[in-house]
Design a protein. Structure first.
Length: 126
C-alpha cells in the first residue's frame, strides 16, 4: 500500500520530469538611466583693485576777519589757533593752504598740491 500512496502522490503533483515546460517569463525591470546635469559654469570675476581715493582735504582752522590794502594788492586777515595772520594772493598758510584769490567780499583758499578750493565769505559763512 505504500507504493500505491506514493504513486498517487506522484500522479497528483504537476511535475513531470519527462515533459518540457517553458519557464515563466522574466519580468523586465526598466533600466533607469540617471544623467547628472552638467555643473553650472564657474564664473570667474576679475579681481578689481579698488584704489583708495585721496584723503579729504584738511579743515581750514582760521576765520576770515577782514580785507584791507589796495585794490590791486589786497591783504586779508585771519584769526585762529590763538593768532592773527595776514596774507596776500599766493601766500601759504601752515604749509598746507594757499590763498588763490581775494575778492571784495570773499577769499578762495586752496590746498598745497590739491585742486580743491574753499570759498570763505567776509560775513563768516563758507
Amino acid at each position: 500500500m505504500n507504493i500505491i500512496i506514493a504513486l498517487t502522490l506522484l500522479a497528483a503533483s504537476h511535475r513531470n520530469p519527462f515533459q518540457y515546460v517553458e519557464p515563466p517569463p522574466v519580468k523586465a525591470t526598466p533600466k533607469v538611466i540617471v544623467q547628472q546635469a552638467p555643473p553650472p559654469p564657474v564664473i570667474v570675476q576679475p579681481v578689481v583693485e579698488v584704489q583708495p581715493g585721496p584723503p579729504p582735504p584738511p579743515h581750514f582752522p582760521y576765520e576770515l576777519i577782514g580785507r584791507f590794502g589796495l585794490v590791486r594788492d589786497p591783504i586779508v586777515a585771519f584769526v585762529g589757533n590763538g593768532q592773527v595772520i595776514t596774507v596776500q594772493i599766493g601766500d601759504t598758510i601752515d604749509d598746507t593752504f594757499v590763498v588763490r584769490s581775494i575778492g571784495i567780499e570773499s577769499v578762495e583758499i586752496g590746498y598745497v598740491n590739491r585742486p580743491e578750493t574753499l570759498r570763505l565769505q567776509l560775513d563768516g559763512s563758507v
